[in-house]
Design a binder for this molecule. Structure first.
Ligand SMILES: Cc1cc2nc3c(=O)[nH]c(=O)nc-3n(C[C@H](O)[C@H](O)[C@H](O)COP(=O)(O)OP(=O)(O)OC[C@H]3O[C@@H](n4cnc5c(N)ncnc54)[C@H](O)[C@@H]3O)c2cc1C
Length: 331
């Protein structure tokens, strides 16, 4: 029987928001195509039902659990191999993957090995058109919307983060277990040691709210005001390229054309001019707030809300006002 598949990536022992977004996208596409939705999990060993239950809670009609000892650690080639093999064996016409770091690594290999058409970074579910499907994505560093058309099947697509709002669609949990081995050549390089360097903050690509600082903050010693605002909003922190280039902030916080591309619900830019290369990574945020002391700063042109003022005055006042508001409304 045919189905819509999504790759349910397990990270840090759970299914994170991008997987829930993929389930929601998959669920509405499956309903439209009158097909069931299957969540495909790849793991080194069998996983407990209470973990897999999340997938059923968000609309998976069935969980396909593919295990093998060589899949214990995430190895892109190995994961792509077993997913491709499953797509072929089951004759899946569609497989959606979150466009996470790992999703980006797996999807291109998987498309080749499954002989699929690859739609990368789509931000809406594909529409049927003629004999094929049309899908929409943000292209050219956020400066254009591109529609891709294919009449080929299977289709493998990665889903741009924050494009779908996770919605529960409860089903009874049904698990089907498979054992598929990767090929020896998929295991040529494998992780041997992982040392965590990032803080326990919300990961940038998954964050609903991002507070970002630029050169206007003058130096790393002033980042406390960004951290405080981020903390009160439960937000992730980001920065412009020059800030990470000079080592004021770690490179994994750099957003833009050459950094991470994000589309949170709220992006707060503090002391950032709004150069085109910066906007390329953040312009698809749902709401943009700009705080800058130069009323001519280009960032104001794309801002939903702007505050012209000194960051060192505005940001602590904003943090304090939000803290007070939260206190008053916490009961
Ligand atoms: C090929 C290429 C790729 C690039 N990729 C990226 C990228 O991925 N990401 C990226 O960010 N950049 C990128 N850049 C760099 C980009 O062109 C800009 O130089 C950079 O974004 C500027 O960073 P900034 O806004 O922090 O600094 P600035 O341009 O120096 O802006 C600082 C801003 O802070 C404001 N300010 C100063 N003092 C205060 C204060 N007290 N209160 C409030 N505001 C204040 C100023 O008015 C100004 O607008 C790239 C450039 C090139 C050529």
């Amino acid at each position: 029987m045919s189905a819509i598949g999504i790759w349910a990536e397990v990270s840090e022992g759970r299914f994170k928001k991008p997987v829930l977004e993929a389930l929601t996208a998959g669920r509405s596409f499956a309903d439209r195509e009158s097909l069931p939705l299957w969540a495909i999990v790849v793991a080194g060993e069998t996983l407990p039902d209470n973990l897999l239950q999340t997938l059923a809670d968000y609309g998976a009609d069935k969980v396909i659990l593919i295990t093998h000892g060589d899949l214990q650690a995430f190895i892109p080639n190995a994961y792509a191999r077993v997913l491709a093999q499953y797509v072929k064996e089951a004759g899946l016409p569609f497989l959606f993957l979150p466009q996470s770091y790992n999703g980006r690594a797996v999807a291109p290999l998987l498309s080749i090995w499954a002989d699929a058409a690859f739609l990368s970074g789509i931000n809406a579910i594909p529409e049927k058109e003629g004999a094929g499907y049309k899908a929409r994505r943000i292209a050219y560093s956020n400066k254009a919307i591109e529609w891709i058309y294919t009449e080929h099947k299977p289709i493998v697509a990665t889903l741009r983060p924050n494009s779908f709002v996770p919605a529960k669609a409860s089903r009874p949990l049904q698990v089907e277990a498979h054992t598929i081995a990767p090929l020896p050549e998929d295991l040529r390089a494998r992780p041997v040691k992982v040392e965590k360097v990032a803080t326990d903050r919300v990961p940038l690509t998954e964050a609903e709210i991002v507070v970002s600082g630029g050169r206007g903050l003058k130096g790393p010693e002033n980042w406390g005001i960004i951290e405080d605002l981020a903390k009160v909003l439960s937000a992730a922190t980001a920065c412009s390229k020059p800030v990470s280039d000079v080592g004021w902030r770690p490179h994994h916080e750099h957003v833009g054309q050459t950094g991470i591309q994000i589309s949170p619900n709220l992006y707060i830019a503090v002391g950032i001019s709004g150069a085109i290369q910066h906007l390329a990574g953040v312009a698809s945020s749902k709401n943009i707030v700009v705080i800058n002391n130069d009323p001519e700063a280009p960032f104001f042109k794309v801002a939903d809300y702007g505050i012209v003022g000194d960051a060192f005055e505005v940001v602590p006042r904003l943090t304090e006002a939000i803290r007070r508001y939260k206190e008053q409304h916490s009961h």
